[in-house]
Design a protein. Structure first.
Length: 78
C-alpha cells in the first residue's frame, strides 16, 4: 500500500514537471542500453565503442550480465 502511494505521488510529480516545463528548456540527449556483455570473455564493449562515439552517445546504461559465471547461494562457482 505504501509503495503504491509513493509511486502515485512520484508519477504525479513527474507529470506535473512535464506539463509545466517550457518547450524552450527541453533538451534532447542520446543514450544507449547495453546488456549481456560478459566482459571477461569477449571484446564486445571494445567493438561497440567506436559506434557509440560516432552516434554521440551521452549516457551508457549497462543493466546487467557484466561478468561470466555465477555464484550459488553457498558461495561456490557454478
Amino acid at each position: 500500500m505504501r509503495v503504491q502511494k509513493s509511486f502515485r505521488k512520484g508519477l504525479a510529480i513527474a507529470l506535473f514537471i512535464l506539463l509545466i516545463e517550457p518547450a524552450g528548456f527541453c533538451q534532447t540527449w542520446r543514450f544507449a542500453v547495453v546488456g549481456d556483455t560478459h566482459v571477461g570473455s569477449s571484446d564486445t564493449i571494445a567493438e561497440m565503442i567506436p559506434y557509440l562515439l560516432a552516434d554521440n552517445i551521452e549516457c551508457l546504461l549497462i543493466p546487467g550480465d557484466l561478468v561470466e559465471g555465477v555464484l550459488s547461494a553457498s558461495g561456490s562457482a557454478r
